[in-house]
Design a protein around this ligand. Structure first.
Ligand SMILES: NC(=O)c1ccc[n+]([C@@H]2O[C@H](COP(=O)([O-])OP(=O)(O)OC[C@H]3O[C@@H](n4cnc5c(N)ncnc54)[C@H](O)[C@@H]3O)[C@@H](O)[C@H]2O)c1
Length: 255
């Protein structure tokens, strides 16, 4: 068992997605209470354990975010931890071909959503005079450029900037903030990117998968459980000096 998770309450956003559900399962296994926020009630009900308190709504809707914090207060007396994981990909296209609408959709979830959730969680922790930990979902795409996914890359760069700044503001209050940057992980999102990035470059999705897997030193995609393992560690008391860090987990991405 990891130190400092038993009896704590964690918010996980994007909870019914593949990384989100792996994180919820791992947090439950470590003895934490979990509030899962995602768009769709039936997906939450289908994918998550009955012990997860499920809130349907968007991370970019302040009322849904407030409902998730309120649920934590009502059910468990408050929140201690947050894994702000919800995110969307963009289609694959060069910068000159993206519409403003596409830009707004990705930034609305990946940046505004994390901003609103982080703000609500930190306000709650400060008001309750409690220590806590937040982990913001970025990506290796937040550390580098790639052709045809500029909107996504830009949004993940923004998450890192937000988290680094927040960490400087709240560290002295006992609130840790870190960012996690996965490489290529075997989930629905990556399969969607294989299709659209492959189509943009005239490469079959299966070949795209193999090329991307070969792009890291381990020669394979990571799993949602491997990301959840690092995420839950970063939220736990096993990582007390890990603060304001950009944690990469990519199998040694060489591309
Ligand atoms: N899969 C990868 O290779 C990879 C790599 C780096 C980072 N990430 C990031 O990991 C996170 C999780 O992605 P995943 O791979 O599990 O994909 P996924 O599509 O399985 O999960 C994303 C989840 O976020 C939810 N979501 C989307 N918009 C939302 C909103 N407005 N409000 C609440 N929930 C919303 C979706 O419903 C879905 O359940 C994302 O932020 C993604 O950018 C993924």
């Amino acid at each position: 068992m990891l130190k400092g998770l038993e009896g704590k309450t964690a918010l996980v956003t994007g909870a019914s997605g593949e990384i989100g559900r792996a994180a919820c399962a791992r947090l439950l296994a470590e003895g934490a209470n979990v509030i899962g926020l995602d768009l769709n009630q039936s997906a939450l009900d289908t994918h998550l354990d009955a012990r997860v308190v499920k809130v349907a709504g968007s991370v970019s809707d302040p009322q849904a975010v407030a409902a998730a914090v309120d649920a934590a207060i009502e059910q468990f007396g408050g929140l201690d931890l947050a894994f702000l994981n919800a995110g969307v990909e963009c289609r694959a296209a060069p910068v000159v071909d993206f519409s403003e609408r596409e830009y707004e959709r990705v930034f609305d979830v990946n940046v505004r959503g994390i901003f609103l959730c982080a703000q609500a969680v930190v306000r709650h922790l400060l008001d309750s005079d409690k220590p806590g930990a937040l982990l913001l979902m970025a990506s290796i795409a937040g550390l580098q450029g790639s052709p045809n996914t500029a909107i996504y890359n830009a949004s993940k760069h923004a998450v890192i900037g937000l988290g680094k700044s927040l960490a400087l503001e709240v560290g002295s209050k006992g609130i840790r903030v870190n960012m996690i940057c996965p490489g290529t992980i075997d989930t629905r999102m990556m399969h969607s990117l294989e299709e659209t990035m492959g189509a943009a470059s005239g490469i079959d999705a299966r070949d795209m998968h193999n090329m991307m897997a070969a792009g890291n030193a381990l020669g394979r995609y990571g799993t949602a459980e491997e990301i959840a393992s690092m995420a839950v560690w970063a939220l736990s008391d096993e990582a007390p000096y890990c603060h304001g860090e950009t944690l990469t987990i990519s199998g040694g991405l060489t591309a």
